[in-house]
Design a protein around this ligand. Structure first.
Ligand SMILES: [Fe+2]
Length: 206
């Protein structure tokens, strides 16, 4: 290949990449591990996902809701939601062959992409608190909107968890809205309803 042509192609590629990066608005501050939202590999994302070990654990949870734009009214489609959690013993369970963030997040994790109505659903089970028993039970959540970088929102936490003290509640930032939920028994699963509002209490979001 002609050397001048090769340099031109490299320059063009670099310029396009930069232009793309400029179109992604940086919001939400630093977020260690938010890149894990891209680790769904060849999985085809839909608005429903079932996390590994769902069948083996109780209490089973159905986490669902609607994702809204910042106005709190307009359903937000094509938003990727990534969650990860501990097993019932409070451990981010691994198999030993994990790559990337799965080495820390473990394999009990899932991804959805909201549908045209902004809906999402995860089938999972209630996580255990960390073995030190100070931090409440929680499920981490990361969001990726089409035009923004990935950012984290408040964890799912449970209203009836005795470890969820008033001091911990006071420190929550309600990113995306409150993550404190109260599971309601519905047959074999406990329903958890949580709507999300994009950008709510997210720094640099407008
Ligand atoms: Fe955690």
């Amino acid at each position: 290949m002609n050397k001048r042509f090769l340099i031109w192609v490299l320059f063009l590629t670099f310029s396009l990449c930069n232009a793309q990066n400029r179109n992604v608005k940086l919001v939400g501050g630093s977020c260690e591990g938010c890149e894990a939202i891209f680790e769904y590999q060849d999985k085809v994302l839909s608005s429903i996902d079932t996390l590994p070990l769902f069948n083996d654990n109780t209490p089973k949870l159905k986490l669902s809701g609607i994702v809204f734009e910042k106005d709190g009214i307009t359903p937000a489609k094509n938003v990727i939601i990534y969650i990860y959690q501990t097993n019932r013993r409070g451990i981010y369970q691994t198999k030993g062959n994990e790559k990337g963030w799965a080495r820390r997040h473990g394999f009990i994790r899932g991804w959805v992409k909201t549908n045209a109505k902004g809906e999402y659903t995860f089938f999972t089970f209630r996580p255990g608190a960390y073995p030190n028993r100070r931090a409440p039970e929680h499920i981490h959540v990361t969001i990726k909107e089409p035009s923004k970088n990935a950012y984290y929102i408040d964890d799912f936490m449970f209203e009836d968890d005795p470890l969820l003290s008033n001091s911990i509640r006071d420190e929550l930032n309600n990113r995306g809205g409150s993550g404190i939920v109260l599971p309601k028994k519905n047959g074999q699963v406990h329903d958890v309803s949580r709507n999300l509002i994009l950008g709510l209490n997210i720094p640099n979001y407008n």
